[in-house]
Ligand binder design. Structure first.
Ligand code: TRP
Length: 351
């Protein structure tokens, strides 16, 4: 059996959909944990622009979000020498394997996918045709995601809870292929990991609910100072008067502070809130200072990367090249196993 093409460390892979401006919740919930994993794994992180196509239809928007997400990860500390970092649509091998894996995937499996089922339920409720508004991209989404994962021989896939089913599907689909062709080539079976599965990963947003683009309650990462201050002031608090003791653990601004402040600042602020005498307004000033200090250097790097002709383009071009080499080796093994022509041999014949 020919296995793992790459050698050494285990592979950690994740995809980031460019569907909005990156916000504080992304940094805490996805970017930082993934960068931490990159210290111990052969890490493969990419911008899933073809996945975004199921919803983003404005070319300018897709371009901007794709660059913006890439610049954000680099500004946050992703080291492209250490992590294979690329844009999905730059790697055509993924789409060849996508067809192959579609042929290994039961339609029933796709019928049961959460996102598709949710769309059907909504149609049901509003008395529409069952598949109204559902394009084949939405329907096939889990197969493309499985290919993203399998073509890079991923061992682990750090994702949010909402993506668990997709990683399970990737394992299922790999299993179907392996069942048929496993004697000559087997895909590695990936496992999901939810980085540090605790509350620490959930940041409250501007309405107190989890910070999420779908709730429209986010604090974008790279705001000019004045706007940042304005948004911090909008974070909800209760009406406990200044002099009264307060419970930091039910306070949204304090929960955000916990993620960004130094241990000293957090402990000191907690003490002062619990003792009474510190008002929510003052807490928000502390939070603003902490955020602004933390984010200022990232913002500067981000702005530089967003300039046309910055090193961003080089980084992504080099990432695409590495990704294509990796994907190409796996695709060649899969093609061989299936009985498709060997391209390397064809090139030799042509000389
Ligand atoms: N579906 C993921 C999301 O919406 C993005 C994604 C695409 C992904 N391909 C992936 C995540 C592969 C992990 C692995 O967030």
């Amino acid at each position: 059996m020919s296995q793992a093409v790459t050698s050494g460390a285990k592979v950690s892979l994740t995809g980031i959909k460019p569907t909005g401006e990156p916000h504080l919740g992304n940094l805490i919930g996805a970017i930082r944990p993934a960068l931490k994993l990159a210290e111990d794994y052969d890490s493969v992180y990419f911008i899933a622009d073809y996945h975004a196509l199921t919803s983003v239809r404005d070319p300018e928007e897709l371009r901007r979000y794709t660059r913006s997400v890439a610049a954000t990860w680099l500004a946050a500390g992703l080291d492209p020498k250490r992590t294979t970092f690329y844009v999905q649509s730059d790697v055509p091998e993924i789409f060849e394997l996508n067809w192959v894996m579609s042929c290994m995937t039961g339609k029933g499996l796709m019928n049961r996918a959460h996102a598709y089922k949710a769309a059907r339920d909504r149609n049901d409720e509003s008395g529409e045709e069952p598949d109204a508004g559902v394009n084949m991209g939405l329907y096939n989404y889990p197969i493309l995601m499985a290919v993203d994962i399998l073509i890079m021989e991923s061992d682990v896939v750090p994702v949010g809870k909402d993506q668990l089913q997709h990683v399970e599907y990737a394992a299922d689909i790999a299993g179907s292929f392996n069942h048929v062709y496993g004697k000559s080539y087997s895909f590695k079976i990936p496992e999901p990991i939810i980085p540090d599965d605790g509350n620490s990963q959930t940041l409250p947003g501007l309405d107190g609910r989890k910070m999420s683009k779908s709730y429209d309650n986010t604090i974008p990462l790279f705001l000019p100072e004045k706007k940042l201050l304005k948004l911090v002031r909008r974070i909800p608090t209760d009406s406990t008067p200044v002099e009264e003791p307060k419970n930091p653990d039910t306070s949204a601004p304090f929960q955000i502070l916990e993620q960004f402040g130094s241990a000293e600042v957090v402990a000191d602020t907690r003490k002062r809130l619990e003792a009474g005498g510190m008002g929510w307004g003052e807490l928000k000033n502390v939070l603003f200072e902490v955020l602004n200090t933390e984010l200022a250097p990232l913002r500067e790097r981000y702005d530089a990367l967003m300039e046309p002709g910055s090193e961003l383009d080089t980084v992504l071009a080099e990432g695409a090249q590495t990704a294509r080499e990796r994907a190409g080796r796996v695709l060649a093994s899969a093609r061989e196993a299936i009985g498709l022509p060997n391209r390397a041999r064809a090139r030799e014949v042509l000389g």
